[in-house]
Ligand binder design. Structure first.
Ligand code: ZN
Length: 437
């Protein structure tokens, strides 16, 4: 009996405690902010607009304009010398993986426990926020659904990080991406990281398994190391995904493997290092978005330095010319470009800053600041099926914003790496006291 009273007391105090925690949550999420911006990037119209104000209430943007009315309780944040963008979106991440510059991808799977991979990813997730990313799309190499675990932990506020959209294990032919494994090890190790399919029925089952585990997107390998998925398998995957309102994106790092994926009806294509103009023309016509995971010269230098390799700056720059030309061609041919970093190397910089090198890479290729930002905001929201919710600063969108010191339009390269403030769903997630506003 005494035990029961004690149990009742703890139950009541538990309820009261959770009630007070919830009140606290409500107070936090209903905070109103009026942010004064020197410039904002309007991603819908792809222009910068000077001297704007953004009113945030709860988790949403209430209004954007000039001389907005604010209540006494509204917190005013003055960033009139700064540029504000929608929270950035990286549409191709691998939070659960890290490859050493002299290591192999399979090393990470063999040597790291799932717990270590998750705890390490917590650090990466925080760094994404601090770099100005409020949403990411994680595309595999996450063990068996560790990406789902991290996404859920962020959504429950157990840890801080960007809003994650996740794919679960990459769906592949009987192949995967670990090359050169001994025969006896191939299936055992590859199955730790990929969902290998054999035939159309198995392909459909793989998608269903992913849906049951509540993934947000399906990622397939058109070609692993030796084997492609067949046209029939890809069609089965796309059909099953689309029946369940889930988009499919395909890893295709060479031109010849992508045509079956396009014929199967994929929504997006990742990498595309050697794509021909004719492929881009088909993509533009069919509205298939393109995620060019091209880095920057600076990122390559980080790589060489971390790996202790000699390099010649002019040669490095020259090495980027073909991919830069390809990006320009894709833009000219009308392909929708979506920013994706594919950052997973340990380059001695934070993962978030590593990811942002992709935006620098697009800029180095000749895209203007606004066009670069569009790939990581408006276009990315389309790829994620979240148009009007993220990637835009407008009424009723989620209050996801990033504040950059100075003028991001005219001083893109420097300003991009000076993040002053990041708000996700109306809550301040990061504030850099050392960068002045
Ligand atoms: Zn990748």
């Amino acid at each position: 009996m005494a035990k029961k009273v004690k149990y009742m007391k703890s139950l009541i105090s538990g309820i009261l405690l959770s009630f007070s925690v919830c009140l606290n949550c409500f107070a936090q999420s209903s905070q109103t902010y009026l942010i004064k911006a020197g410039k904002i990037y309007d991603s819908e119209n792809n222009i910068f607009v000077e001297n704007q104000e953004i009113l945030i209430q709860g988790d949403k943007i209430v209004s954007v304009g000039k001389d907005l009315a604010a209540h006494d309780s509204t917190v005013i944040l003055d960033y009139s010398n700064s540029t504000i963008t929608p929270g950035l979106i990286d549409a191709h991440t691998h939070m659960l993986t890290e490859q050493k510059v002299n290591g192999d991808l399979v090393d990470d799977v063999i040597k790291q426990s799932e717990e270590t991979r998750l705890l390490r990813a917590v650090k990466f997730a925080k760094s994404y926020l601090e770099a100005g990313f409020t949403s990411t799309r994680d595309l595999g190499n996450s063990g068996q659904y560790l990406d789902v675990e991290l996404r859920n932990a962020i959504n429950k506020d157990y840890v801080v990080g960007p809003r994650m959209y996740v794919s679960g294990p990459i769906i592949s032919s009987y192949d995967g991406q670990f090359g050169g494994l001994p025969f006896k090890e191939h299936e055992k190790l590859t199955k730790l990281e990929y969902r290998l399919v054999n035939g159309t029925d198995d392909a459909r089952l793989a998608v269903k398994e992913h849906i049951v585990q509540s993934v947000d997107v399906i990622k397939i390998l058109a070609f692993g190391n030796s084997l492609p998925l067949s046209l029939e398998e890809m069609k089965a995957i796309v059909e099953t995904s689309h029946e369940n309102r889930i988009k499919v994106t395909v890893h295709a790092d060479r031109d010849w493997v992508v045509h079956n994926a396009i014929a199967a009806g994929v929504d997006g294509i990742e990498h595309g290092y050697n794509f021909k103009d004719s492929t881009f023309m088909v993509m533009a016509k069919k509205g298939i978005y393109f995620v060019p995971t091209y880095g920057s010269v600076e990122q390559a230098i980080h790589y060489y330095k971390t790996a202790n390799l000699p390099y010649d700056l002019e040669e490095v720059k020259k090495g980027f010319q073909p991919t830069q030309e390809r990006l320009r061609r894709a833009v000219e041919l009308g392909v929708v470009i979506v920013a994706g970093s594919d950052a997973y190397f340990d380059l001695g910089i934070t993962r978030g800053d590593n990811a942002k090198q992709t935006l620098l890479g697009y800029y180095e290729a000749g895209l203007k600041a606004n066009d670069v930002l569009k790939t990581a905001t408006f276009n990315a929201s389309l790829a994620l099926n979240r148009e009007n919710q993220i990637g835009v600063i407008k009424e009723n969108a989620f209050a996801d914003i990033a504040v950059f010191e100075g003028d991001l339009e005219t001083n893109f390269k420097e300003s991009l790496f000076k993040v002053q403030l990041v708000i996700k769903e109306g809550k301040i997630q990061y504030e850099n006291a050392f960068v002045k506003n």
